[in-house]
Design a protein around this ligand. Sequence first.
Ligand code: BES
Ligand code: MN
Ligand code: MN
Length: 462
Amino acid sequence: MKELKQYLDDNRQRFLDELLELLRIPSVSADPKYAPDVRRTAEAISRHLTAVGVDNVEICETAGHPIVYGEKMVSPDAPTVLVYGHYDVQPADPLELWDSPPFEPVIKKTKLHPDGAIFARGACDDKGQVFMHVKAFEMMVKTGNLPCNVKFMIEGEEEVGSKNLEKFCHENKKKLECDVVLISDTSIIDNETPSLTVGLRGLCYMEVEVTGPNKDLHSGVYGGAVANPVNVLCSMIASLHDEKRRVTVKGFYDDVEKVSAKERKMMNEAPYDEKQYMKDLNVSELMGEKGYTTVERTGIRPTLDVNGIWGGYTGEGAKTVLPSKAYAKISMRLVPNQDPAKIEKLFQKHFEGIAPKSVKVKVNAHHGGYPVVVPTNSVEYKASEKAMEQAFGRKPLPQRGGGSIPIVAMFDQVLKAKSVLMGFGLDSDDIHSPNEHYGLFNYYKGIETIPYFYKYYAEMKK
Ligand code: BES
Ligand code: MN
Ligand code: MN
């Protein structure tokens, strides 16, 4: 394995330059305006895969953005690793809050990244982390250290719910046959405290519309006599939490997994500096479900949040109006064993039930996803644990991630394959926020760790 380290050292600058080039393409999947850029990114990824020796690289068309697929089969006796990641990124807005343009990557030092971090949309989520796999593969091939068959499946619609990937998996079960799915799209605790993600939250995303009078009204002539849908929506939303900050949707907690005292104790032993956490966010108090700590609130407890709310006059200056309609996007993060389809129905029923007669409500569902738990006694977990231990010099802690990757539960169901969630970002890397960044340390550490995973996985599978 010494030759791997040497190869990495000899190619550090090029590995970085190639990633920076990829980050210049604005592959925003949510906005149709960027569709040509999303495609250009898929093409760039496919060229990179071909260049490093991946066979049968194809750009697979879908009803939406394309999926990049490729494989390298070294031996029928070797285990097969399916590398999954996404090359699409979140919209960059609000642009004015970026210190440098989101698609013109720059390297800057930060407190948590004293060796420098790449600032660009997608640097951490997930282009930077996907590209680690491409470069790790290059190293393994070039140094003669590829002990597993590899399949790459890099999609362009993760940030918009992976709808077409789900279909692709159903239609390509044979092609995607594998022993394990390897994913770098999550975080470690900090650069001195490696961790492996052993849980992801599920998601149920709703949109509501509240209608009062049949048209916008003069708020002086009618105000006080007719229900204002914005006012009503606000009180309905306020009622979705009780005084303990628990979600009031009837039945919401019915299926929530009860986590053992032992696991809760372990979670709370991981390093966490609450003062720093608050300081970084510039808040003087944290708020969440009573009786749970911050790691628990984001790791093992379900939540409900308004993602956006609008209605009435929101332009410059003042307009006196009693709006006809009000809207909100409301998402719920789910934990094992909550079922997004069931929660969707519970929410709909509850929300319709709390609406006063003075308004009509419509409740619609966007995408959802099942929560995930990863067992820690499996071969794949042990192999990833050993790989991280070798690269970081410390055994990784199991950690539940607060975010969601809806497709992971589907890999389990459709491909009958377990996933390894070996991400290298930090929660403070501002993914989805302005000034997203990815540490150079994290990028190179990931490239170093991945070949160890292949090595130990191949050995332990024998
Ligand atoms: N990579 C994230 C998920 C993530 C981040 C998991 C950090 C754990 C730690 C992923 O790209 C993402 O943002 N997922 C979305 C869900 C999707 C349906 C839009 C999310 O969690 O909001
Ligand atoms: Mn991601
Ligand atoms: Mn994301």
